[in-house]
Design a protein around this ligand. Structure first.
Ligand SMILES: Cc1cc2nc3c(=O)[nH]c(=O)nc-3n(C[C@H](O)[C@H](O)[C@H](O)COP(=O)(O)OP(=O)(O)OC[C@H]3O[C@@H](n4cnc5c(N)ncnc54)[C@H](O)[C@@H]3O)c2cc1C
Length: 283
């Protein structure tokens, strides 16, 4: 197999790059080690900046985002017990943020690539890069059990920090910029009346919290994300969740409403000993 640009990773970066190259008449092949169903269901980001929204529209991938996404013209910052609305649109000459889940962007990009005749190899196993530093780099992988080699003019490593491309670049030729924060985060997904249309970012003596509405489900859902320096996940999860809800990022009246109706249905965590999203029930 041969292509101009071999792209490893079908995340937002790899798929968008492939579609942009297509627009310039440059062919590419995307190799992804997970299944299409898996990448289209992995819950991650939810907020798109204006530049991303403009780009997706410009390349013809923004139609569903415009129909189903929620445009927020402001956010609320809460500290010292008070809320302060920041009018993003007024301060930036009309710009806004759009709440539209990353896996929905992935679905739109995959559909656009396939409709344009693009090649994506899902479930590509044992992906490895060779001759990265020569003029004829190659990617080797297994596809449905068969060994394959993809000769390329360029390889684009879009497989994230834990992928195979970063370590394949000799350390003498790579500079890494990282910042490790001394805390983790977790999210609680609850089925409850929304406390606010816009995002709420809260500073509290016990950490930072973000409350946002989740648009993935027909019923109103409320996600509370809490980062707390002292309360890491060494504690029993139910206690951590109770603590997060008690040190609420939302207004008292809305909290009482949430407390009455909220049914936590899932939590997700990151940068901690426990990673991933899993269902939870609190007695
Ligand atoms: C909980 C959470 C919330 C976030 N919220 C926001 C937000 O609101 N707004 C925002 O802008 N950003 C947000 N982000 C960040 C955003 O999700 C990332 O910046 C984005 O996913 C990076 O895209 P990417 O394509 O570079 O990498 P990834 O999305 O990580 O994609 C990499 C792809 O490469 C594949 N891959 C890995 N290794 C291999 C291999 N060896 N062979 C083949 N394929 C491989 C992976 O399966 C994956 O599909 C959030 C992230 C998280 C985790």
């Amino acid at each position: 197999m041969r292509t101009q640009v071999g792209i490893i990773g079908a995340g937002p970066a790899g798929l968008l790059l492939s579609h942009l190259l297509h627009g310039e008449g440059i062919e590419s092949v995307v190799l992804e080690n997970r299944s299409r169903a898996d990448i289209e269901a992995t819950i991650r980001a939810g907020v798109l900046e204006q530049g991303t929204v403009d780009l997706l529209k410009a390349i013809g991938v923004g139609e569903r985002m415009q129909r189903e996404g929620a445009v927020h013209h402001g956010i609320e910052l809460r500290f010292a017990g008070r809320g302060h609305r920041i009018d993003l649109s007024e301060l930036t000459g009309g710009k806004a943020i759009t709440v539209y889940a990353q896996h929905e962007v992935i679905k739109d990009l995959v559909a656009a690539r396939l409709a344009a005749g693009g090649k994506i190899v899902f479930e590509a196993a044992e992906v490895s890069v060779h001759d990265f530093d020569r003029t004829t780099p190659k990617i080797r992988f297994r596809d449905a059990g068969a060994s394959k080699e993809l000769a390329c003019d360029f390889i684009a490593g879009c497989d994230g920090f834990h992928g195979v491309c970063r370590p394949a670049i000799p350390s003498s030729a790579r500079t890494e910029y990282t910042r490790v924060y001394p805390f983790g985060w977790f999210g609680i997904l609850t089925q409850a009346p929304p406390s606010s249309h816009e995002l709420i970012y809260t500073h509290h003596a016990r950490g930072f919290a973000l409350a946002r509405r989740d648009l993935r489900h027909a019923t109103p859902l409320h996600a509370v994300r809490m980062v707390d320096r002292r309360h890491r996940l060494e504690q029993p999860l139910a206690l951590v969740i109770r603590d997060a809800l008690e040190h609420r990022p939302i207004r008292r009246d809305r909290f009482e409403q949430l407390n009455r109706f909220a049914q936590p249905i899932a939590i997700s965590t990151g940068a901690s000993p426990v990673n991933g999203t899993f269902p939870v029930s609190i007695s």
